[in-house]
Design a protein around this ligand. Structure first.
Ligand code: GDP
Length: 193
Protein backbone atom coordinates (compact mmCIF):
# COMPACT_ATOMS: atom_id res chain seq x y z
CA UNK A 1 0.00 0.00 0.00
CA UNK A 2 1.21 3.46 -0.83
CA UNK A 3 0.14 5.64 2.07
CA UNK A 4 -0.82 9.26 1.47
CA UNK A 5 -3.08 9.89 4.39
CA UNK A 6 -2.28 9.30 8.04
CA UNK A 7 -4.09 10.83 10.95
CA UNK A 8 -3.15 10.32 14.58
CA UNK A 9 -6.66 9.99 15.95
CA UNK A 10 -6.28 9.36 19.66
CA UNK A 11 -3.91 8.36 22.45
CA UNK A 12 -6.19 6.10 24.42
CA UNK A 13 -5.83 4.67 27.91
CA UNK A 14 -9.38 3.31 28.27
CA UNK A 15 -11.66 1.26 26.00
CA UNK A 16 -14.28 4.04 25.87
CA UNK A 17 -11.66 6.19 24.12
CA UNK A 18 -11.00 3.74 21.29
CA UNK A 19 -12.23 4.93 17.88
CA UNK A 20 -15.61 3.69 16.73
CA UNK A 21 -15.04 3.83 12.97
CA UNK A 22 -15.04 0.04 12.76
CA UNK A 23 -11.98 -0.06 10.49
CA UNK A 24 -9.73 -3.11 10.86
CA UNK A 25 -6.95 -2.62 13.39
CA UNK A 26 -3.37 -3.88 13.41
CA UNK A 27 -1.53 -3.47 16.67
CA UNK A 28 2.25 -3.00 16.71
CA UNK A 29 4.13 -4.54 19.60
CA UNK A 30 7.80 -4.91 20.42
CA UNK A 31 10.33 -4.39 23.15
CA UNK A 32 11.70 -0.87 23.57
CA UNK A 33 14.34 0.07 21.00
CA UNK A 34 13.68 -2.93 18.74
CA UNK A 35 12.81 -0.64 15.82
CA UNK A 36 9.01 -0.44 16.16
CA UNK A 37 8.67 3.29 15.43
CA UNK A 38 11.04 2.97 12.48
CA UNK A 39 8.89 0.12 11.16
CA UNK A 40 5.68 2.16 11.51
CA UNK A 41 7.24 5.22 9.92
CA UNK A 42 8.58 3.17 7.00
CA UNK A 43 5.20 1.54 6.44
CA UNK A 44 3.35 4.88 6.44
CA UNK A 45 6.05 6.74 4.52
CA UNK A 46 6.75 9.27 7.26
CA UNK A 47 10.01 10.27 8.85
CA UNK A 48 9.04 10.78 12.46
CA UNK A 49 5.31 10.49 13.05
CA UNK A 50 5.43 7.52 15.39
CA UNK A 51 8.59 8.46 17.22
CA UNK A 52 7.87 11.00 19.93
CA UNK A 53 4.90 9.34 21.55
CA UNK A 54 6.42 5.90 21.93
CA UNK A 55 9.65 6.77 23.71
CA UNK A 56 10.29 4.89 26.95
CA UNK A 57 9.15 6.69 30.06
CA UNK A 58 6.49 8.67 28.19
CA UNK A 59 2.85 8.28 29.06
CA UNK A 60 1.73 4.76 28.30
CA UNK A 61 -1.05 5.02 25.77
CA UNK A 62 -2.40 3.14 22.77
CA UNK A 63 -1.89 5.44 19.80
CA UNK A 64 -4.38 4.99 16.97
CA UNK A 65 -3.18 6.02 13.50
CA UNK A 66 -5.89 6.09 10.86
CA UNK A 67 -4.45 5.15 7.46
CA UNK A 68 -6.09 6.00 4.14
CA UNK A 69 -9.53 5.98 5.84
CA UNK A 70 -9.26 2.18 5.67
CA UNK A 71 -7.43 0.78 8.67
CA UNK A 72 -5.74 1.65 11.95
CA UNK A 73 -2.23 1.02 13.16
CA UNK A 74 -2.37 0.85 16.94
CA UNK A 75 1.01 1.60 18.46
CA UNK A 76 1.39 -0.29 21.72
CA UNK A 77 3.98 1.05 24.21
CA UNK A 78 7.23 -0.91 24.04
CA UNK A 79 7.80 -3.59 26.66
CA UNK A 80 10.88 -4.69 28.58
CA UNK A 81 12.12 -1.20 29.42
CA UNK A 82 14.06 -1.70 32.65
CA UNK A 83 13.43 1.72 34.20
CA UNK A 84 9.66 1.35 34.27
CA UNK A 85 8.24 0.92 37.80
CA UNK A 86 6.21 -2.10 38.89
CA UNK A 87 3.06 0.05 39.08
CA UNK A 88 3.59 1.33 35.54
CA UNK A 89 4.30 -2.18 34.29
CA UNK A 90 1.04 -3.41 35.83
CA UNK A 91 -0.93 -0.52 34.33
CA UNK A 92 0.62 -1.33 30.94
CA UNK A 93 -0.33 -5.01 31.33
CA UNK A 94 -3.94 -4.19 32.22
CA UNK A 95 -4.30 -1.77 29.34
CA UNK A 96 -2.96 -4.07 26.65
CA UNK A 97 -4.77 -7.10 28.04
CA UNK A 98 -8.06 -5.22 27.82
CA UNK A 99 -7.29 -4.17 24.29
CA UNK A 100 -5.91 -7.48 22.97
CA UNK A 101 -8.54 -9.72 24.50
CA UNK A 102 -11.69 -7.76 23.82
CA UNK A 103 -11.32 -5.73 20.64
CA UNK A 104 -13.46 -6.86 17.75
CA UNK A 105 -11.73 -4.80 14.97
CA UNK A 106 -8.28 -6.19 15.90
CA UNK A 107 -7.24 -8.41 12.98
CA UNK A 108 -3.67 -9.22 13.91
CA UNK A 109 -0.78 -8.11 16.06
CA UNK A 110 2.39 -7.18 14.23
CA UNK A 111 5.15 -8.16 16.65
CA UNK A 112 8.57 -6.72 15.92
CA UNK A 113 11.72 -8.66 16.82
CA UNK A 114 15.39 -8.16 15.96
CA UNK A 115 16.70 -10.47 13.22
CA UNK A 116 20.20 -10.27 14.71
CA UNK A 117 19.38 -11.99 18.01
CA UNK A 118 17.27 -14.73 19.52
CA UNK A 119 13.97 -13.25 20.76
CA UNK A 120 14.15 -12.17 24.42
CA UNK A 121 12.17 -13.68 27.30
CA UNK A 122 9.83 -10.67 27.02
CA UNK A 123 9.37 -11.31 23.29
CA UNK A 124 8.44 -14.93 24.04
CA UNK A 125 6.05 -13.88 26.80
CA UNK A 126 4.28 -11.47 24.47
CA UNK A 127 3.98 -14.08 21.71
CA UNK A 128 2.68 -16.73 24.18
CA UNK A 129 0.16 -14.26 25.54
CA UNK A 130 -1.17 -13.52 22.04
CA UNK A 131 -1.35 -17.19 21.14
CA UNK A 132 -3.14 -17.95 24.40
CA UNK A 133 -5.93 -15.66 23.18
CA UNK A 134 -5.81 -17.04 19.61
CA UNK A 135 -4.77 -13.70 18.13
CA UNK A 136 -3.09 -13.94 14.70
CA UNK A 137 0.46 -12.61 14.82
CA UNK A 138 2.67 -11.33 12.02
CA UNK A 139 6.30 -11.49 13.13
CA UNK A 140 8.54 -8.81 11.65
CA UNK A 141 12.25 -9.54 12.06
CA UNK A 142 13.77 -6.12 11.53
CA UNK A 143 17.29 -4.65 11.14
CA UNK A 144 17.95 -7.17 8.36
CA UNK A 145 20.43 -4.70 6.83
CA UNK A 146 22.69 -5.47 9.80
CA UNK A 147 22.78 -9.20 9.03
CA UNK A 148 24.53 -10.77 6.04
CA UNK A 149 22.00 -12.19 3.62
CA UNK A 150 23.60 -15.63 3.86
CA UNK A 151 22.76 -15.63 7.60
CA UNK A 152 19.06 -14.80 7.15
CA UNK A 153 17.79 -18.42 6.98
CA UNK A 154 19.68 -19.32 10.16
CA UNK A 155 18.41 -16.22 12.00
CA UNK A 156 14.85 -16.79 10.79
CA UNK A 157 14.99 -20.31 12.16
CA UNK A 158 16.32 -19.00 15.48
CA UNK A 159 13.37 -16.60 15.73
CA UNK A 160 10.87 -19.30 14.79
CA UNK A 161 12.14 -21.91 17.20
CA UNK A 162 12.76 -19.53 20.12
CA UNK A 163 9.23 -18.11 19.88
CA UNK A 164 7.89 -21.59 19.11
CA UNK A 165 5.87 -20.00 16.32
CA UNK A 166 2.72 -21.60 15.01
CA UNK A 167 3.16 -22.38 11.28
CA UNK A 168 0.22 -20.19 10.21
CA UNK A 169 1.92 -17.05 11.58
CA UNK A 170 4.17 -15.44 8.98
CA UNK A 171 7.72 -14.26 9.62
CA UNK A 172 8.88 -11.38 7.46
CA UNK A 173 12.49 -10.21 7.19
CA UNK A 174 12.44 -6.40 7.26
CA UNK A 175 14.69 -3.37 7.20
CA UNK A 176 13.59 0.17 7.87
CA UNK A 177 16.87 1.30 6.33
CA UNK A 178 16.51 -0.42 2.95
CA UNK A 179 12.74 -0.99 2.74
CA UNK A 180 13.31 -4.73 2.54
CA UNK A 181 10.06 -6.55 3.41
CA UNK A 182 7.83 -3.50 2.88
CA UNK A 183 5.69 -5.07 0.11
CA UNK A 184 5.45 -8.39 1.92
CA UNK A 185 4.41 -6.74 5.19
CA UNK A 186 1.71 -4.68 3.49
CA UNK A 187 0.48 -7.74 1.56
CA UNK A 188 0.10 -9.67 4.84
CA UNK A 189 -1.80 -6.80 6.44
CA UNK A 190 -4.03 -6.18 3.43
CA UNK A 191 -4.90 -9.87 3.15
CA UNK A 192 -6.37 -9.69 6.66
CA UNK A 193 -8.48 -6.55 6.23
P1 GDP B 1 11.51 1.60 19.09
O1 GDP B 1 11.92 2.00 20.47
O2 GDP B 1 11.18 0.15 19.02
O3 GDP B 1 10.43 2.44 18.52
O4 GDP B 1 12.82 1.73 18.17
P2 GDP B 1 13.25 2.82 17.08
O5 GDP B 1 12.43 2.71 15.84
O6 GDP B 1 13.31 4.17 17.73
O7 GDP B 1 14.71 2.29 16.71
C1 GDP B 1 15.72 2.11 17.67
C2 GDP B 1 17.08 2.29 16.99
O8 GDP B 1 17.28 1.28 16.00
C3 GDP B 1 17.22 3.62 16.27
O9 GDP B 1 18.54 4.07 16.43
C4 GDP B 1 16.93 3.27 14.81
O10 GDP B 1 17.56 4.12 13.90
C5 GDP B 1 17.50 1.87 14.73
N1 GDP B 1 16.80 1.04 13.70
C6 GDP B 1 15.47 0.78 13.66
N2 GDP B 1 15.18 -0.01 12.60
C7 GDP B 1 16.33 -0.25 11.95
C8 GDP B 1 16.71 -1.01 10.76
O11 GDP B 1 15.87 -1.63 10.08
N3 GDP B 1 18.03 -1.03 10.42
C9 GDP B 1 18.98 -0.36 11.15
N4 GDP B 1 20.24 -0.46 10.74
N5 GDP B 1 18.66 0.36 12.25
C10 GDP B 1 17.38 0.42 12.66
Amino acid sequence: MKVHNVEMVISAVRPNQYPEDGFPEFALAGRSNVGKSSFINKMIGRKSLARISSKPGKTQTLNFYKIEEQLFFVDVPGYGYAKVSKTEREAWGKMIEMYFTDREPLKAVVQIVDLRHAPSADDCMMYDFLKHFDIPVIIIATKADKVKKAQWPKQKKLVKTTLDMVPSDPLIVFSSETGMGFDEAWAEIESRM
